[in-house]
Design a binder for this molecule. Structure first.
Ligand code: TXA
Ligand code: MG
Length: 342
């Protein structure tokens, strides 16, 4: 299959938007930019199209997809009822990097929710994503557009690397602003529960709707066989081929520890620390206190390391405040929770 590339930089590019929309309406798959990461989109109401998403990604059959909408009115038909807290969260954070899990309606095919009684919905703020949903006139099911288990794509080249020849098209909308996947919260538990941290922080959620619990999988390995609340959390995730070792310690001990064994390895450090590692390939992922920059650069650094065939990456443990929770969560998963404490 020839994967067409559409370079769409403005929501006024009606000709290309309508070509992309027609691929989606006829059941095709298209990689689309969003503000978080690129998504692999299909008509969410077409079970056959959605099934193909699982095939091309190699995604486990029990890991449901997020449905993307472009207007708040599109939520009601997908859910049983719109919970009051969902309306408040939407008011505060939509369009934007927040996904809400609610009881689903019959309009949502089993293929999307993998048989769960719930559906995850998000309204992206990326202008091109929004324009594509509008042009298609459909809710779009879209997981991240990577091969299952690999770091999520933050530019069109990443999507092509994993999906070229397997899907109908990719829309190149530039680099993703956030760089890691959306925050996921479920409103189906007694107290709303954070299932996946992201750019919308726990504090922001709690300021909007009161008590929010944090699912235990957020900071720990979650491989229990009991069906987890967010099935995606039980898989090894976001990982490059290289072994990732997260190192928790002061800069001085990190430098000493890494330089003893860094030949042929890479280092993921904070801005300004680059010159301390003469034998390693060095990636800087933003200043120590700048979680937003770290999020933006994390996945491209992991992908670059694979391109360079690096065997091992030593990573500095980021701050865990605010959005740092999300950066840390992804890095720990990439490392399969391997942390060296100095
Ligand atoms: O930022 C994002 O959310 C990106 C962009 C493309 O929108 N999408 C994304 O999708 O990250 P994906 O499939 O890679 O991650 C979806 C996560 C998974 O952890 C999945 O288990 C969870 O959301 N999820 C989806 N539906 C769910 C449901 N009904 N109940 C609980 N968790 C659900
Ligand atoms: Mg994903």
């Amino acid at each position: 299959m020839n994967t067409r590339v559409f370079k769409i930089l403005s929501e006024d590019d009606e000709r290309q938007l309508s070509e992309v929309a027609s691929i989606l309406r006829s059941g095709g798959l298209v990689g689309i930019p969003t503000e978080t990461v690129y998504g692999l989109a299909a008509n969410a109401l077409d079970g056959t199209a959605v099934k193909r998403i699982f095939e091309v990604k190699g995604r486990p059959q029990d890991n449901p997809l997020i449905v993307h909408i472009s207007r708040f009115e599109e939520l009601a038909p997908l859910v049983d009822v719109v919970p009051e807290k969902a309306a408040r969260l939407a008011d505060a954070f939509w369009p934007g990097p927040l996904t809400m899990v609610m009881k689903r309606s019959d309009a949502v095919p089993d293929e999307v929710s993998c048989g769960l009684p719930t559906v995850a919905v998000r309204m992206p703020s990326h202008k091109i994503a929004n324009a594509i949903i509008k042009a298609a006139g459909l809710p779009l099911a879209a997981p991240s557009a990577n091969t299952s288990g690999k770091p999520s794509p933050t530019c069109a080249a990443h999507v092509l690397h994993d999906m070229n020849g397997k899907i109908e098209g990719v829309v190149d909308g530039g680099n993703c602003e956030v760089g890691i996947e959306s925050t996921v919260i479920t409103l189906c538990t007694k107290t709303p529960t954070l299932l996946r941290p992201g750019a919308v922080t726990l504090r922001q959620l709690a300021d909007t709707i009161g008590d929010v619990e944090v699912h235990r999988s957020v900071f720990s390995d979650f491989t229990e066989t009991a069906r987890p609340a967010s099935p995606g959390m039980k898989y090894r995730h976001y990982s490059p081929k290289a072994e990732v070792v997260v190192v928790d310690g002061a800069l001085g001990s990190f430098i000493e520890y890494v330089n003893k064994q860094s030949a042929g390895s890479a280092v993921l450090c904070f801005e300004g620390e680059e010159s301390s590692f003469p034998d390693a390939v060095v990636f800087s992922f933003g200043a120590k206190e700048d979680s937003r920059a770290q999020a933006q650069r994390l996945y491209s650094a992991l992908r670059k390391a694979d391109e360079l065939k690096i065997k091992r990456i030593f990573a500095r443990l980021p701050d865990t405040d605010g959005m740092g929770t999300a950066v840390c969560n992804r890095l720990l998963r990439a490392a399969a929770f391997k942390v060296v404490k100095l």
